[in-house]
Design a protein around this ligand. Structure first.
Ligand code: LLP
Length: 388
């Protein structure tokens, strides 16, 4: 991924920064197209994974729609050229303003997460003289086998309406005459690396579909969300997730009704592998039990290790000396500001460059200004696009 010429270029740049391999992104999108979009599936890119405009522009060209989770994400998607007819809007806490933004653009679907949200949406749609297309987000109580902070489809999670509450939903729906029920929506979690949870989800979708049909509701679309995981420790062995296997689960295990569309919301699997956080070693400190490599990037630039105990591969870009064991840490005053513990890397010195890999999703977008840190810059494999 990092040819010598590129590393030479990196050496001239102020660190830390995000680097995006746009060619890899395009190849990834091509796989989604071949195995998903070309099969007739509707794929929405989950903007929350990375709202960087340069990436969004490329993703737009792939034919994907978007899944947004805030008013500003909807605005950004529209500004980048996504059609509102391909925008799904999810989120447990949509504000009135955000709902109005969705109504103004007449988006494809409001993925509603509670009965009260339906009532509020109905009221606002009435005021605006519109009818909102609604998809009901259901909590299928399916174990996604991922970190508990990114599990979303269990009864204990705040997301979606539980299946047990469906009778109540069916009783209030007829009164909500500014809503048009068009579909159902699920999203069971993120960084899901086994297919089993998706098989379980397919079973639940069928059960839920029948409950809606029993009440006379025909659903135009089923949205099964996203969550497909990436290989964090061996990104070079698996730079593109196996989308064929992923889409096949749904193709073979979901019984779609006549003219019914199947929608997906993929975030991490699309942008995760194309991004790296490039950082310089500030200090090497010999501890009593380990050596610390103190980087100029920290949890303020990539919070995933601190928040989810996530492990990202760290590659040395400039040293090829014999390996030593390091705790790779950031400069922030928090002990959780640690990227990796006990990792073997070619001996590092002050000034060496490292790449923290698989950082394209939930990296740059989750960066913060804690410690009054400067906002991180981005560079792209097409350097012409970079703000140098
Ligand atoms: N759809 C909905 C409704 C979602 O909530 C999410 C992600 C997605 C789609 C996209 O999921 P993906 O394909 O990216 O897994 N910050 C965490 C991940 C949080 C995911 C939140 N929801 C992390 O860094 O692991």
């Amino acid at each position: 991924m990092f040819e010598p010429g590129l590393i030479e270029k990196f050496k001239e740049l102020k660190t830390p920064f995000y680097y995006y391999d746009l060619e890899l992104l395009k190849r990834t999108l091509q796989e989604v197209k071949v195995h998903g979009i070309d099969k007739g599936f509707h794929v929405h890119y989950a903007v929350k994974a990375n709202f960087n405009v340069e990436l969004l522009k490329i993703i737009r060209q792939s034919g994907m729609g978007v899944d947004c989770v805030s008013g500003p994400e909807i605005e950004r998607a529209v500004e980048t050229g996504f059609s509102p007819s391909q925008i799904a809007f999810a989120g447990v806490g949509k504000t009135d303003d955000e709902i109005r933004t969705g109504l103004k653009h007449n988006i494809f679907s409001f993925n509603c997460e509670s009965l009260q949200e339906l009532e509020v949406l109905n009221g606002l749609a009435e005021k605006e003289g519109r009818t909102a297309s609604v998809s009901i987000r259901l909590n299928p109580n399916v174990e996604a086998k991922t970190h508990r902070y990114i599990t979303t489809g269990l009864n204990e999670n705040k997301f979606g309406i539980t299946i047990e509450k469906l009778p109540m939903l069916f009783s209030i729906l007829p009164e909500l005459d500014h809503l048009k029920l068009t579909g159902i929506h699920f999203h069971i979690g993120s960084q899901i690396t086994e297919l089993k949870p998706y098989y379980d989800l397919c079973e639940k979708v069928e059960i839920v579909q029948r409950l809606f049909e029993k009440e006379g509701h025909k659903l135009q679309h089923i949205n099964v969300g996203g969550g497909y995981g990436i290989n964090y420790l061996e990104p070079d062995a698996e730079p593109i997730p196996d989308f064929k296997a992923f889409f096949q689960v749904f193709e073979e295990n979901l019984t779609l009704r006549k003219n019914q569309q199947l929608h997906f919301e993929l975030g991490r699997s699309v942008v995760g592998q194309c991004g790296s956080l490039i950082s310089r070693v500030l200090y090497i400190k010999e501890g009593l039990e380990t050596n610390f490599a103190v980087l100029d990037a920290g949890m303020t630039e990539l919070i995933r290790p601190a928040l989810y105990q996530a492990m990202h591969r760290v590659d040395s870009l400039t040293s090829n000396m014999s390996p030593k064991m390091y705790d790779v840490v950031g400069p922030i005053c928090e002990s959780s500001d640690t990227f990796r513990q006990g990792v073997w890397l070619p001996e590092l010195r002050r000034g060496d460059l490292v790449a923290i890999r698989s950082a394209g999703a939930y990296g740059e977008v989750m960066s913060s200004g804690f410690n009054l840190r400067e906002r991180i810059r981005s560079y792209y494999s097409d350097f012409a696009k970079s703000t140098l």
